[in-house]
Ligand binder design. Structure first.
Ligand SMILES: Nc1ncnc2c1ncn2[C@@H]1O[C@H](COP(=O)(O)OP(=O)(O)OP(=O)(O)O)[C@@H](O)[C@H]1O
Ligand SMILES: [Mg+2]
Length: 500
């Protein structure tokens, strides 16, 4: 029987179609969610950053410039429009750099007022403390003047979007807007997305699994049909293949598989019926032919016997021919009887079941064998109690006789042949014929149960055997519901009959 090749490696790949479909669906869903999530997040971040950059451009350097002016401001003077920090968004950062060094830095606080700090120091006149470390100052100095805005991470503040422009007196004015609102918005979106995608995955996973299971149900029915068919004893011939796949709607894939299976079963049924008919015809022919041959054969034998009994002078050559005709017609008679018996057993002709004493049969057959082959050593091992089975006495006698005849005719003189009879478990009976001969010259030895199969040794014998003895024994034992098995090697050949 052909078996599928084993899988190489041991990756945990789902095996059933259903689990593969569910796994594939979930994987695609996860990939889609990830793609959508990443794209929306990125788009939102980009959009918010562009808006922040626009705000920075609108703000310009007004706040940074105001810081410097305020440092030298006349307390009685009017603040000009450019230094009005109340127009600035809370959290706006400003710094003025001179020759790469921060001279003033401040942040507009929540009350639209600002805190100003000396570079590297804490402002004394404000409660919003901003400390610029040398690293912060370096980061500010590294900004490209007049270039695009960039993200700067100040150690004392959060991440900022910074923009640097050139001042009027060779200084650099840096303005920054906090990135925290952008990040907060993006985080909120990510949280919502994770929640929505998680729920969507769970719902789709469960609903999809149920849907796939439901969709594959017809396939399960087709498989069940195929399994029922594969369990039928098709070799038996007389099998009605009435089982059919219920799903054969040609509009669906599974339906097409089902209808193909049903068509195949129909062909198979036809083929089996034809084979059955041919076999029956052949059996009937063999039975009829054997039966019809009996009468002319009996006539041939009768006339041969008559001719041999003729008292007048018969030439020696004619007598020899008559003797050969007698012997061969006897052999042919046995062959015809064997063929007739096989044909009847094949046709399922019922056996004449009675209570049979196997011990008696064993004793009689061994006595016959001893008489026919006195040069062999015959041993008998019988249990104390008589062994009784239900069966056809004549046929069982034929089985034991065939096995003992084989042990005599296919082994050299002096071979020890043992017939052992034993009652085994649950009322079963075992009869074994063992010999110490050279073994069966047929490979495998079970082939000896086939019809007309003989070993080369038996073939070349001048007496000639037919090769039907074991076939008949096998068929008879099976007709009794038992088994006939063989094991053979040089020095020990054993045939075992097991009867229920
Ligand atoms: N005890 C045995 N030892 C060795 N070979 C055996 C033995 N029994 C059977 N065989 C082999 O199995 C073959 C088939 O046996 P089977 O009894 O079917 O046919 P046969 O003895 O040749 O002819 P038939 O019994 O029909 O007269 C034999 O030809 C022989 O080669
Ligand atoms: Mg034989």
């Amino acid at each position: 029987m052909k078996r599928p090749l084993p899988k190489v490696g041991c990756r945990p790949v789902p095996r059933t179609l259903r689990s593969r479909l569910i796994a594939g669906m979930l994987t695609m869903l996860v990939l889609t969610c990830a793609g959508v999530g990443l794209t929306t997040t990125d788009t939102l971040r980009h959009f918010l950053t562009v808006r922040l950059d626009q705000q920075l451009t609108d703000t310009g350097g007004r706040y940074a410039a105001s810081l410097e002016r305020r440092g030298s401001e006349d307390p009685a003077g009017e603040p000009d429009e450019s230094s009005d920090t109340r127009a600035q968004a809370p959290g706006t950062f400003g710094a003025r750099l001179k020759d790469g060094t921060v001279t003033k830095a401040g942040v507009v606080d929540g009350d639209a007022d600002d805190a100003a700090v000396e570079a590297g120091d804490v402002a004394a006149d404000t409660d919003d403390l901003v400390r610029l470390t040398p690293r912060d100052q370096q980061a500010l100095a590294a900004l490209v003047v007049g270039g695009p805005a960039a993200d700067v991470d100040l150690s004392s503040l959060h991440r900022y979007r910074m923009h640097a422009i050139a001042g009027h007196d060779g200084d650099v004015l840096v303005t920054g807007l906090p990135l925290r609102p952008v990040e907060d918005t993006v985080h909120r979106l990510v949280t919502v997305e994770l929640l929505v995608f998680g729920v969507a995955l769970a719902v789709t996973g469960v609903a999809g699994a149920l849907w796939i299971r439901w969709s594959l149900r017809p396939l399960g029915r087709v498989v069940a049909t195929a399994e029922v068919v594969s369990a039928l004893p098709l070799s038996n011939g007389a099998v009605a293949l009435s089982v059919r796949a219920p799903d054969d709607d040609p509009r669906t894939e599974v339906g097409r598989v089902g209808s193909a299976l049903n068509r195949m079963l129909g062909h198979l049924e036809d083929a089996l019926a034809q084979r059955q008919a041919v076999e029956e015809r052949l059996r009937a022919f063999t039975a009829d032919a054997s039966h019809e041959l009996r009468t002319p054969l009996a006539s041939v034998r009768g006339h041969t016997e008559l001719a041999l009994r003729h008292r007048g002078p018969v030439p020696a050559a004619v007598r020899h021919s008559l003797t050969r005709i007698d012997a061969e017609s006897q052999r042919m008679g046995l062959l015809v009887e064997d063929l007739l018996l096989l044909a009847r057993l094949d046709a399922g002709r019922p056996l004449a079941f009675t209570e049979v004493d196997l011990t008696r049969i064993a004793l009689d057959c061994t006595a016959d064998a001893r008489a026919a082959g006195p040069e062999h050593r015959w041993c008998l091992a019988l249990p104390e109690q008589p062994v009784l089975v239900s069966g056809d006495a004549d046929r069982l006698r034929q089985v034991v006789g065939n096995l003992l005849t084989n042990a005599r005719t296919h082994t050299p003189q002096g071979t020890e042949v043992t017939l052992r009879l034993a009652a085994v478990r649950a009322g079963a009976v075992r009869l074994t014929v063992t010999d110490t001969g050279p073994g069966i010259g047929i490979q495998p030895p079970e082939r000896a149960f086939e019809r007309f199969v003989r070993g080369d040794h038996a073939r070349s014998r001048s007496s000639g055997t037919t090769g039907l003895g074991l076939a008949i024994a096998h068929t008879v034992v099976e007709a009794h519901g038992g088994t006939l098995t063989v094991s053979s090697r040089p020095g020990r050949t054993a045939f075992t009959v097991q009867l229920p």
